[in-house]
Ligand binder design. Sequence first.
Ligand code: ASP
Length: 282
Amino acid sequence: MKVLKFGGSSVGSVNSILSVKKIVEAVEEPVIVVVSALGGITDKLINTSQMAADGNPAYEKEYRDILNRHIEMVYTVIPAGEARSLLLDQVNELLSELKNIYQGIFLIRDLSPKTSATIVSYGERLSSIILATLVDAQWMDARSFIKTEKKHHKHVLVQDATSELLHKAFEGCAERVVAPGFIATDINTGEITNLGRGGSDYTAAIIAAELGAAELEIWTDVDGFMTADPRVISSAYVIDQLSYVEATELCNFGAKVVYPPTIYPVCHKNIPIRIKNTFRPE
Ligand code: ASP
């Protein structure tokens, strides 16, 4: 079994999400796909809530952009039929909840951390149901098995509870599963939380480590760990192999390719991480 994680840029456009479909359908063994929100959506969800909290009525236009991006994606990549109607019902329901939450923030001019966490969760909830329909996979809700607790003002993973719930959730699951990355729930209150910006990689690593995956593939928009940021240094090149420790060091010093906590769970189980480019899958 493999775990494949696709970042926002991999599901940011119609072409890229269609590449994701090809990549997932070519996997010839059981596969768990973890997905980020559509590219740019998490930032937009956050900015829109700030606008609403500031009493800026232009938040409504931002909300409509979010709505249009998802609805257009569904109409463009999912052929007309029963699956599309079912998906549209779900997408519209999530989007109308989101609209109501924004309206509430605008009316009371208050944005608590709890409300913010709920708002950002819509990004992965939407992208993952769209991808699950696109690749005809079972959808699993990461909020039911990734558990966090509050420590020093941060939400941190509760390892034991997550392990138990994750094993139960995946028992007897389909050969192809799609789950949202990043999102979680608080072990004590059940409130929606998350693993921090960029946390979808971490979700994928937790699942890979718990279920003993043969490999964790992180699909992104570069070919791998590079000697420097290719946007700054044009002669930067891909490093063929790195130890877990070297990779952790690079991440801690700012390499954007994987979210730093991702490496620990898979390193512990000696599961290789492969960085792949959705735009150059070959
Ligand atoms: N969507 C979240 C973010 O933009 C999580 C992720 O993409 O990994 O930070």
